[in-house]
Design a binder for this molecule. Structure first.
Ligand SMILES: [Zn+2]
Length: 354
């Protein structure tokens, strides 16, 4: 059974703190590989940057099982250095400009520190309630002119939130926990005991811009069945109408891993969802069902690969994903790893054949 210890926390911190926005996954891929390299075979990286590794099984089953987690994080791409030294940017993945104003950022190949511009409250006047578009935001790296910016950051460079991972006791806080927590969980599966079958693992790229890496990863692996490890919103805080508290949640923090039934891109294999839920019940591992609705993940494209692939997504509930810092519960992470391990170990074609 997986339980957090200091080395595990240090690994999660390293994964969260690594800067690797969609399309620029080399740094996070190198970190992941450094932690699994002694435990895997058949290592390859494809043209888009997906990392493939095999965790050898005991040989008791010849099922071709794919387990996957996307490595990329949302962020920004610099598109111009303005005459006043600030950086114009576009979003990479889904970002809300309202949570970006005044946010510390890290940009460029040398991880230059900066901040997104904000008009001080004293000077806002009647504009205080105005909505702000992404196009009016700039990153300020402390340069007063284009020359002073000194070519430290160039168009095409990436940036993301400058946020140090923190251990909060029962929970952790960090940037990019969508989906570094999925990567962490997949790493733990790789470091754990052998499964009956070879586990074909794919750490995918460019999920946040449209499930792009997983499309070719699924085609390449041609699996019998696939498990996607993710983070999903825990929209579980009270809203202005207290009676609505239990209506609008998607998942709830510290209520166990979330099994997906339906989202905007996938109707998940219901036998596979039941298989993992039953295993959770039998082993007293808390779990919950992600409430159907919007959003989607790599499962949406893996399911439609080649002749079709039975898929299930198991997610760690995360508050405030796609913001400078998300919060996840340590118990949810432990239960996710333990549920995924037990469910995979018991997997047969009967677990998903409709
Ligand atoms: Zn994700």
């Amino acid at each position: 059974m997986f339980k957090f210890d200091q080395p595990a926390l240090d690994l999660l911190a390293e994964l969260s703190n690594t800067v690797s926005v969609s399309g620029n996954e080399t740094a996070i891929r190198d970190v992941i590989y450094s932690h699994i390299k002694d435990h895997v075979t058949d290592v390859s990286v494809d043209t888009m940057g997906n990392l493939f590794v095999t965790k050898k099984g005991t040989g008791a089953s010849d099922l071709n099982v794919m387990a996957t987690a996307h490595m990329d994080e949302v962020g920004v791409m610099i598109v111009a250095v303005e005459g006043n030294g600030t950086l114009r940017f576009t979003n990479v993945g889904g970002l809300d400009p309202r949570i970006m104003i005044g946010t510390p950022m890290v940009v460029g190949k040398t991880n230059q520190l900066g901040v997104i511009n904000a008009v001080p409250v004293h000077l806002q006047g009647s504009n205080r309630k105005a909505t702000i578009g992404m196009s009016s935001l700039r990153i300020d790296i402390g340069a007063s002119s284009k020359e002073a910016a000194g070519g430290k950051v160039k168009p095409g460079d990436y940036g993301t939130f400058a946020m140090e991972f923190a251990d909060l006791g029962p929970a952790v806080r960090g940037k990019a926990l969508d989906n570094r927590i999925g990567c962490f969980n997949l790493i733990q599966l790789i470091l754990g005991d052998a499964f009956p079958f070879d586990l074909q693992c794919a750490f995918t790229v460019q999920e946040e811009v449209g499930l792009r890496g997983a499309k070719i990863a699924a085609w390449a692996l041609d699996p019998d069945v696939a498990l996607v490890l993710e983070a999903t919103p825990a929209n579980d805080l009270p809203v202005s109408d207290p009676d609505a508290e239990n209506i609008h949640y998607n998942t709830k923090l510290a209520h166990g891993p979330a099994l997906s039934l339906a989202d905007a891109t996938t109707l998940f294999n219901h036998k596979l969802a039941k298989h993992f839920a039953d295993i959770g019940t039998e082993n007293a591992i808390p779990h919950q069902f992600r409430q159907p609705g919007g959003g989607g993940n790599d499962a949406g494209i893996i399911q439609k690969s080649r002749g079709g692939v039975p898929v299930l997504t198991i997610s760690v509930p995360a508050r405030y994903i796609h913001s400078p810092a998300a919060i996840i519960s340590k118990s949810d992470v432990e239960n996710t790893i333990n549920l995924a391990t037990a469910g995979l170990r018991a997997l047969t074609p009967d677990s998903y054949t409709l």
